[in-house]
Design a protein around this ligand. Structure first.
Ligand code: FAQ
Length: 321
């Protein structure tokens, strides 16, 4: 039977010192003492973030060959490549917590680890590429700009660089949308249809509402999160409503209205049943996404074997020298 965890007097002194450092705004680094629960929460959140970047390549990768011009193709290839880079930085950051990347990837492939719900929706038209850049990267920036102030140094520092790249992604997406909005009636209709499909799933990216978010209290206490899910969602909506108006797109929410007292755009009810279906593995593309990742993992087996053999050879060469 699992023994209850007991906190020794020594450990409570360590926890108090750790929390005092966090309260003083210090950054926690890999070799610093940290409570086991802090380490586990970070591994969970950071690995799921890394998985999201990697799985997030799939819906857009699907459109590289069909992008309508060489310029658009080049930007989309660069964007998808950036997402791979983000996944790799964050996997590296997670490894500083003493976990092996192979274990993290195994958790993704066998369904133990989550990745962002948004990537379980299909990309049906070229306008989806614009809307993903605008909404999905836009939501990621709102979330990650705050995570750049997270208490764990390697995660916070990864976010600084990632946010710079996400800004470029968002601009390329919004530019595609603005171009379509100024195009033919068919292009405008394609854009509006993509906005209608992606608006609500984009709001779900920020996670369940605060009253239903089991991890928030602990993450806020330890300053991994600095704002709640609902605060960030509201900020994203406030930023996006005027951007939609500027290009003449309608956001599919009849309840959107500005509250001059709070300075916020109030919005309608999110379909939480849909959200929990998607994060439970039953969204429109969950099975397809994991099958594609599994295939990529299997196809890459020879690369991992070759890299391991090369590293072994280098080690032997150094020992022999
Ligand atoms: N999807 O207690 P909370 C991107 C899970 S990067 C799936 O509120 P927490 C770039 C949550 O894990 C997008 N699962 O959880 C890009 C937990 O389950 P667990 C990814 C979700 O951690 C653009 C449970 O629900 N960004 O887009 C979602 O306090 C374009 C209870 O929730 C990050 O990962 C969801 N939307 O807050 C790439 C940012 N929401 O683990 C390619 C870092 C919640 O207990 C193309 N992460 N869950 O089984 C975070 O900020 C937080 O982890 C939240 C969730 C806000 C996502």
């Amino acid at each position: 039977m699992e023994q209850p965890t007991t906190v020794t007097a020594d450990e409570s002194a360590l926890v108090a010192a750790f929390e005092a450092r966090i309260a003083a705004g210090e950054s926690i680094e890999p070799k610093d003492w940290m409570p086991e629960r802090y380490r586990r929460q970070l591994i969970r959140m950071m690995s799921q973030h890394a998985h999201s970047e990697i799985v997030g390549m799939l819906p857009e990768g699907n459109w590289i060959t069909r992008a309508p011009s060489l310029r658009r193709k080049m930007s989309l290839i660069a964007k998808v490549q950036d997402e791979a880079g983000h996944g790799l930085y964050i996997y590296c950051g997670t490894e500083t917590l003493g976990v092996d990347r192979h274990e993290l990837v195994a958790q993704l492939l066998d369904g133990r680890a989550k990745y962002s719900s948004i990537f379980n929706y299909p990309t049906l038209s070229w306008a989806d590429m614009g809307v993903i850049g605008w909404f999905v990267d836009g939501a990621a920036i709102v979330n990650q700009t705050i995570l750049a102030k997270a208490s764990y140094g390697p995660y916070a520092r990864a976010m600084v660089r990632i946010c710079k790249e996400e800004n470029f992604h968002k601009r390329q997406g919004y530019e595609i949308c603005a171009t379509l909005a100024n195009g033919t009636p068919a292009q405008r209709e394609m854009l509006q249809e993509a906005v209608n499909r992606f608006w609500w799933p984009s709001l779900m990216m920020f996670g369940p509402s605060d009253t239903d978010s089991p991890n928030s209290a602990e993450l806020l206490k330890w300053r991994v999160k600095r704002k709640t899910n609902d605060e960030l969602r509201q900020r994203f909506i406030n930023l996006t409503v005027p951007q939609a108006a500027a290009i003449g797109v309608t956001l599919p929410d009849p309840d959107l209205r500005f509250n001059a007292e709070t300075n916020n755009w109030e919005f309608g009810e999110i379909d939480w049943a849909e959200f929990f279906q998607v994060i439970g593995g039953n969204g429109p593309c969950n099975k397809e996404r994991i099958a594609a990742r599994q295939k990529a993992h299997d196809d890459g087996a020879w690369v991992r074997e070759a890299a391991t053999a090369h590293a072994g050879k280098q080690r032997r060469d150094v020992q022999a020298a």
